[in-house]
Design a protein around this ligand. Sequence first.
Ligand SMILES: Nc1ncnc2c1ncn2[C@@H]1O[C@H](COP(=O)(O)OP(=O)(O)OP(=O)(O)O)[C@@H](O)[C@H]1O
Ligand SMILES: [Mg+2]
Length: 611
Amino acid sequence: MTVTTKTEASAERAADSWDGELRILRELFRPGNRLQMAVIALLAAVSAAATLALPLVVAELVQQVQQGQGLTRAALLMIGTGLGSALAGALAAFLLSRLGEQLVRRLRITTMRRGLAMRLSDAKAVGSGDLATRLTADAMQLKGAINIGPIQLPMAAITLLGTIVIMGVLDWVLLLITLAGFVCALAFVAVVIRGLRRTYQNMQDDIGTLTHQFITALDALVVIKAYRAEERVGRTLDGHARRLEKLGVDAARMESLVVPVINLGQQIALLTVLLGGGARLVSGDLALPDFVAFLLYLLQLTAPLIMAASGAAQIQAGLTSRQRFNDVFALPVEDLAPAAAEPARTAGGRNTPGPAPAVRFEDVTFGYGDEPVLRGVDFEVPAQGLTAVVGLSGAGKSTALALIERFMEPQSGRVHLFGEEAARLPLNELRGRIAFVDQAFTLLGDTVRANLSLGLAAVPTDEELYAALAAVGLDTSVRALPDGLDTVLGGAHDLSGGQRQRVALARAVLAEGSLVLLDEPSSQLDSVNEQRLRQIVDTLAEDRAVLVVAHRLSTVRHAAKVVVMDRGRVIAEGTHDELLDSSPAYSELVSAQLLSGAAAPAARSTKEVTA
Ligand SMILES: Nc1ncnc2c1ncn2[C@@H]1O[C@H](COP(=O)(O)OP(=O)(O)OP(=O)(O)O)[C@@H](O)[C@H]1O
Ligand SMILES: [Mg+2]
């Protein structure tokens, strides 16, 4: 598995810092955005220049007052400069924010698409909650950094530099006094910002974990309530929230020091400049308008400094989030490109009888971890007819079905589908030929209609949908739902477990798969519906391959072929009757009623039962 651990990821992130900064800039300056970025930069430059010019305009105003001249021109100039600076700044901020939203939208869409396309095992390893945090907390954090990073931060730096240069021109002695006041403050701020980066990384990772844990708990709410585990599960969640609080307080402690330290630096500088400047004013080395302008620049110095310091902190946080997006993008995705040519298939997924079996396992070994779960499995599913797989819980039956769907790849050996090696078939084509009902009969939190038409090229008509529902005995129940076929499942209105299982079955009936995989399709069915299931399976098996993982003897007994699995191996194959004679393990399954619905003596043979 290629999922990196958190420590590895953190180490990579540290090394990746500059790369991340450059990447965000590249994304913002992509060809389509260049003109906009140029306009934004120009507006921001105008705003910064106007801010820089303002004290000089004030100095001119003081001079004109001193000389007893009219104030109108200077006053108008001052208002114009202030207004221009504010307007240009606001427009630049808006345009940049809009670009930021576009960039975040692209990242969100890519994350969702990749989340859907990634391998099942990776999606499980990352965790749905942690993945979802990319779309919320990480996206917001990144957006915050974009609002500041590319324009405001450089502009703050330019304003800062410009201010210092002008101050130097006005009076370099006073400038040296000023800088001495600030030096210690700046050294401190730099150390704080470095420390913040790690804290932000831990915070984002922990937000992801907390979200995931909470979502998982909500998914298990029935069990939590039934076992009165609210307090216990709540305590675990509280622990995560507390850890986050601690990290947040750590960050706040560091952040809260930045502004006072800069302000302190400014006050020290102000005091020394007032003393030094006063002396130079008296000695005649400095004119009053210049002194006023210098003081104004000194007061103006803190704003860009604070901006630069807090901006640098926010950018650290944004880069951490950008890297978290990259961690997801680095995971491999399944190749679901449409097949070059549509598979040769007749309408309704029917298979013409041919020599190639629908499925052939050839010495397949697979494990989720180090321990193999399937060990050298060999079996065949004929192109037509019903094949049943039986075996104790944990034998590897569902795993075998998952390998047919290529949710995972075998570690050794080969799976063949319709005579071709599954690994060579385009995934899109392979899954297009299979109708699958998973053991948990998963339905989408969407309408009955959407659930039934999943994977179909054309949405079936209401008549077709109701016909499929009638086959599983569900048409009346669905008609009784408040919005019929358009009722959203899993919300305020829902179906019972057995009804949900039958919706999943109806979906498989509608899907035009030439291979139908059913993982314990009768686990929730009553005897009437089990009878219906048999009819459905028989009809499907007339012209296609149906592979059923079965716990019920009623399904197994009339299968054309039964595959018996035990602890990851196929231990016997044959018909029910053949296996009763030849396989002690199978006989034991039947007689111990491990295949339920079996009254041991009656199950001796099909002939006996039907006689
Ligand atoms: N996602 C998973 N990660 C790790 N191990 C798994 C996973 N799914 C199944 N296993 C393990 O693989 C083995 C086979 O599981 P599988 O689900 O294939 O059994 P099964 O025959 O379908 O059982 P059941 O009849 O209970 O559904 C089990 O020992 C199980 O612990
Ligand atoms: Mg199973």
